[in-house]
Design a protein around this ligand. Structure first.
Ligand code: IPD
Ligand code: CA
Ligand code: CA
Length: 263
């Protein structure tokens, strides 16, 4: 399928929604709770509305899976949208947030883009054509050992129901990796694996919109994305592990005892 027009619409959406995030940074916000820990601001909602509006203008028949709306449309062409990934950071005016959008055709993500408006960094991948950062090719790191690796993770919003399952794995990596970070935007975590700033990343219970673009960006940059058993992870899967490929087996080995409990 020719995705030239989709790509330009996707870029336009990232730019417009990104500008909204930047404009509203450090301003008073309306913050609501979707659950005990999950926040949503009026900027998440406005950015999503604008993205859907832009896409529908060019593709009125396409389907949508967007975080702040109910899924809608019935088409082989689907847009998977997180208008603001890193809402907790944004609500606190911590500038680690992004807009992340994927275009999927017949169940395969063909285009993925993640834009960080605060650093003006645009990560983009097209299936079979590699990944770029602001137009320049990117590649995963060449780090060979887990002991030399900088890892990153995140924690799901329902973590207080059973925090220990996540903390046990976190502890294992504190003891085996060079360092572990928690940045607060899964889409950027994946983009950073793709461009080699991070060597590996794991998280549980990501939603399709958190990772649809990021998986393609990692894979097209030469990296690997699987579940804890090493199977290619489905968008709806609970377990996410992304690495430079080289340290993948070592990371999975550390997490092996947890592969049937963190589900
Ligand atoms: C969240 C962020 C965070 C991750 C959570 C996600 P949101 O998305 O990506 O880093 O740890 O699992 O839900 O709610 O800010 O769009
Ligand atoms: Ca998200
Ligand atoms: Ca979000």
């Amino acid at each position: 399928m020719n995705t030239t027009k989709m790509k330009s619409v996707l870029m336009n959406c990232l730019a417009e929604a990104g500008a909204l995030l930047k404009k509203n940074w450090n301003k008073p916000k309306t913050i609501e709770k979707k659950s005990e820990l999950s926040l949503v601001t009026q900027v998440d909602k406005a950015a999503e509305k604008r993205i859907i509006q832009i896409v529908r203008k060019s593709f009125p028949d396409h389907a949508f899976l967007a975080e702040e709306s109910l899924p809608f449309g019935n088409s082989d062409c689907r847009w998977i949208i997180d208008p603001l990934d890193g809402t907790t950071n944004f609500a606190h005016n911590l500038t680690i947030s992004s807009v992340t959008i994927a275009f999927e055709y017949e169940g395969t993500v063909l285009l993925g883009g993640t834009y960080d408006p605060f650093r003006d960094e645009l990560f983009f991948a097209q299936k079979g054509k590699g990944s770029t950062l602001n137009g320049k090719k990117i590649h995963v790191s060449k780090t060979k050992k887990l002991g030399d690796s900088l890892l990153c993770t995140g924690f799901p919003y329902d973590r207080r129901n059973d925090p220990d399952q996540y903390l046990r794995i976190f502890r294992e990596f504190l003891m085996t990796a060079q360092e572990v970070r928690r940045l607060g935007s899964a889409a950027l975590d994946l983009a950073y694996v793709a461009c080699g700033r991070l060597d590996g990343y794991w998280e549980f219970k990501l939603q399709p919109w958190d990772k649809a673009a990021g998986i393609l960006i990692v894979e097209e940059a030469g990296g690997k994305f699987t579940d804890l058993s090493g199977n290619p992870a489905a968008l709806t899967g609970v377990q996410s592990v992304a690495t430079n490929g080289i340290i993948h087996a070592e990371m999975l080995k550390v997490m092996k005892p947890f592969k049937n409990t963190c589900l």
